[in-house]
Design a protein around this ligand. Structure first.
Ligand code: SF4
Length: 365
């Protein structure tokens, strides 16, 4: 999912864990997951079941799954996946990693299960996790820069090349000093990307459920698709923001409290998953003058279905087009691209209309 492979590789290296990198998502992964999971389960469950089967077939004997609590089904998924896989005859050890916000004790015991008792001294754990977190922040910043610059690059492919090099430099960093140096180098690489200042560009916000928003296979590589059409993209969901303590969200740049305040005229409480963030971030993008917001939700995702119903009002009252795209295992690229093209046309005509209005001209387009 998104940057997660780089992060997992770093953690495995840090704690000397022998791990199997699961294959990238494919039709086969989804086919396996959808055939084993309940039909009305959301896409992330099906996709992860498919990935687990592929990892077990490749020789994994231990599976690691996130846990949690709250008004979304995610907290049940580890147990559900265990039962599905055992019913299929697989034998494995399942470690559930609960977030510290659920229970510090459960989080510590999950970590001990992964790193083993030898390296589970609290001081070592904290030091290495702090370094790993610093690295997660850099990987996410790289993604943020890619989304922001792709739509304005003067030479096609220059942003992708900068990203590739920046990721290599960051992957090789291990200590705190090396990570800080890698961040400086990565930033420099992006600062040197030549931009086309004459190219007209639009700004789109990306909100929705973390799995679909972050994973290019399921969002049809939307950031790249929009970038090629001259759109500057900003996303509100990032792995670093999700794991960063204190709800500061260093990558998105707005704290949980600021997001909740922005959402409060429309939604006043948590609805699970990223629902509140979707509403708050859309309001933030609208107040910053973005041209449109794209909202991704997996089919049957409860928090995002609530957000979707609220986003109608945000769109109407704040005057920003919001396109909600529901993704499941049947969703095809052509359908998504057609709707994206329509959104681009709408955003362009709103721009033209706004220019004419400012100039006092007829608004016919
Ligand atoms: S947030 Fe939505 S898609 Fe994600 S696990 Fe929860 S219900 Fe499923």
């Amino acid at each position: 999912m998104g940057n997660l492979p780089f992060i997992v590789e770093d953690l495995a290296h840090r704690f000397d864990i022998d791990y199997i990198e699961p294959p990238v998502f494919s039709e086969e992964t989804v086919r396996i997951g959808a055939s084993l999971a309940p039909e009305f389960a959301c896409l992330p469950l099906k996709a992860v079941v498919g990935t687990f089967v592929q990892a077990l077939e490749a020789g994994a004997d231990t599976l690691l799954m996130g846990g949690g609590s709250g008004p979304c089904r995610f907290g049940y998924y580890a147990e559900l996946q265990r039962r599905i896989l055992e019913k299929e005859g697989y034998r494995f050890n399942l470690i559930v990693l609960d977030p510290p916000s659920t229970s510090l004790k459960a989080a510590y015991s999950g970590l001990r299960g992964i790193v083993g008792p030898d390296v589970a001294r609290l001081g070592t754990l904290v030091r290495e996790l702090k370094r790993a977190l610093a690295k997660v922040v850099v990987f996410d910043e790289i993604e943020k820069w890619v989304l922001a610059l792709k739509g304005r690059e003067a030479e096609e492919g220059s942003v992708a090349r900068a990203a590739e090099e920046a990721r290599q430099v960051t992957s090789a960093a291990f200590t705190g000093k090396e990570i800080r140096r890698a961040r400086r180098e990565a930033q420099l690489l992006f600062e040197e990307v030549p931009l086309d200042d004459n190219r007209q560009h639009m700004r789109f916000g990306l909100v929705g459920e973390i799995f679909v928003v972050l994973e290019p296979y399921f969002n049809f590589d939307i950031g790249n698709w929009l970038g090629k059409r001259g759109v500057v993209v900003e996303r509100c969901v990032h792995i670093a923001d999700t794991v960063y303590p204190g709800g500061r969200n260093p990558i998105f740049g707005y704290s949980d409290r600021q997001v909740a305040r922005a959402a409060s005229p429309y939604l006043t409480h948590e609805v699970g998953g990223d629902g509140l963030l979707s509403v708050g971030a859309t309001a933030i993008f609208a107040s910053r003058g973005f041209d449109a917001v794209i909202h991704f939700l997996p089919f049957t995702c409860m928090p995002e279905v609530i957000a979707k119903s609220v986003l109608f009002r945000v769109s109407e009252e704040m005057g920003i087009p919001v396109l909600s795209l529901t993704i499941d295992e049947q969703t095809g690229r052509a359908g998504i691209e057609t709707r994206m093209e329509a959104l681009l046309d709408l955003a362009r005509s709103r721009r033209r209309r706004a220019c004419r209005e400012v100039a006092g001209l007829s608004v016919a387009t």
